[in-house]
Design a protein around this ligand. Structure first.
Ligand code: SF4
Ligand code: SF4
Length: 417
């Protein structure tokens, strides 16, 4: 089997096909800390792409409540259990072998889902039962807790650094992975990755509905259409990315789930890619800055080995062991950085959902100091900087300041009924 470079694991790994990467890659950062679980993203996707016959139970974008929720139910627990059974105690990282460029999270020492697969399969996986797909939001807002004596409250209550009773919303869609398990598993070669933007698509004419992609994808994002008898998945809203959105003709626009986000937790973009699949250095690209410079956003279950392209700013109140299993060993640094964001990070965070058009770079105009406090014994200052988002040609799309301006409406509007 060919070997490919997986920068998220800090090493090479086995994959069905040799290295071949797109010029740019569809990617996004989701700030879990800000999600309000409103499901506007879910409905924006549903009403755009999956409202037809055979798609009734299909949710290409979903938001689930962790730790209990999942769509399909227990998808991640099941994938982790499979990996654990095939490679007992293997999911460990050597963080001493961390290298800023080649291995930013350290060296993953266990097997990936490709390496742990039995001979007859390309990736270790399972096919969810029909009933596991029936509830897209089961256990909505159901927390878990450390046990305390019956009838008592924990003396420390809920305070940072970790809440003892907790849940969080996990926003999910296809990761348009650099090494897609769905693509590797397809016996018809019906799945392909577009060279211009890395969006992973299923050719509906070639697909024969064998469901190998559903079985192999650890994130369970390809779905079987029982009416058309073929598999379907998130298409990354590629007509919008291509500039075919009627509102902004000729301009690359964010997918529907990103553009509709009420909590302003999503920032989407297209990042440059090196021949080995790592991100090309692009210091002023907001996603490059968040993932590779500030290291505040992390991949979901990097140990699966697909090199997913949706990154998450981990929720700061959740017990760290849970987060480390989910996002890898970069969690502690990411949470610490987010808790006391450097000046540049605070400015870049303002770009989330500030524009529908895709931002390719940013610059910052410095403003005056507006606030000062102490965080963990260290002085922390806030500046009213303005961040400017630019399009592919370097033209300004949006400008946002750290301090939100306040507008007072004239009194004649107060009694407008
Ligand atoms: S998340 Fe799943 S469906 Fe999407 S590209 Fe990765 S392996 Fe394929
Ligand atoms: S629209 Fe945004 S805030 Fe609402 S559930 Fe989706 S990701 Fe969360």
């Amino acid at each position: 089997m060919p070997e490919v470079h997986n920068w998220q694991l800090g090493r090479k790994m086995a994959y069905r096909f040799p290295e071949r990467h797109p010029r740019r890659q569809f990617a996004a950062v989701f700030n879990i800390n800000r999600c309000i679980g409103c499901q506007t993203c879910t409905m924006a996707c549903k009403s755009t792409w999956t409202f037809s016959r055979g798609q009734e139970y299909m949710w290409w974008n979903n938001v689930e409540t962790k730790p209990y929720g999942g769509y399909p139910q227990f998808w991640d627990v099941k994938a982790l259990e499979l990996l654990e059974r095939a490679d007992p105690d293997g999911q460990t990282w050597n963080t001493r072998q961390r290298d800023d460029r080649a291995a930013p999270y350290g060296l993953y020492q266990g097997k990936t889902l490709f390496e742990a697969a039995p001979k007859e399969a390309e990736a270790l996986g399972y096919l969810p039962a029909d009933e596991e797909w029936r509830a897209p939001n089961i256990y909505e807002d159901t927390p878990t807790a450390y046990p305390v004596a019956p009838g008592t409250y924990h003396p420390t209550g809920e305070s940072l650094p970790e809440h003892r009773t907790w849940f969080f919303h996990l926003q999910r869609l296809c990761n348009h992975c650099s090494y897609p398990a769905c693509l590797a598993a397809c016996p018809r070669n019906a799945i392909y990755k577009r060279p211009e933007d890395g969006i992973v698509l299923i050719d509906q004419k070639r697909c024969r509905g064998y469901k190998k992609c559903v079985e192999a994808c650890p994130y369970k994002k390809p779905m079987f259409n029982a009416y058309s008898r073929v598999s379907e998945k998130c298409i990354g809203c590629y007509p919008r990315v291509e500039g075919k959105e009627p509102l902004f003709p000729g301009t690359a626009v964010e997918p529907r789930c990103m553009a509709a986000c009420v909590g302003k937790i999503r920032l989407h973009g297209l990042v440059g890619v090196n021949p080995d699949g790592s991100w090309a250095e692009d210091r002023q690209h907001p996603l490059y800055y968040l993932v590779r410079v500030a290291k505040v956003a992390l991949p979901l279950y990097p140990q699966f080995g697909t090199q997913p392209n949706i990154y998450y700013i981990p929720p700061r109140w959740v017990p760290r062991p849970y987060l480390r299993q989910m996002f890898g060993p970069g969690v502690d640094q990411a949470v610490e950085t987010y808790l006391a964001p450097p000046r540049e990070l605070l400015a870049v965070l303002q770009l989330f959902r500030a524009a529908q058009r895709i931002i390719f770079s940013y610059r910052i105009e410095e403003g005056g100091k507006i606030f000062e406090t102490t965080i963990k014994g260290k002085k922390w200052e806030m500046f009213n900087d303005t961040v400017i988002g630019l399009d592919r040609a370097g033209k300004e799309i949006v400008r946002v300041s750290v301090q939100e301006p306040i507008y007072t409406r004239p009194a004649q509007h107060l009694n407008s009924i």
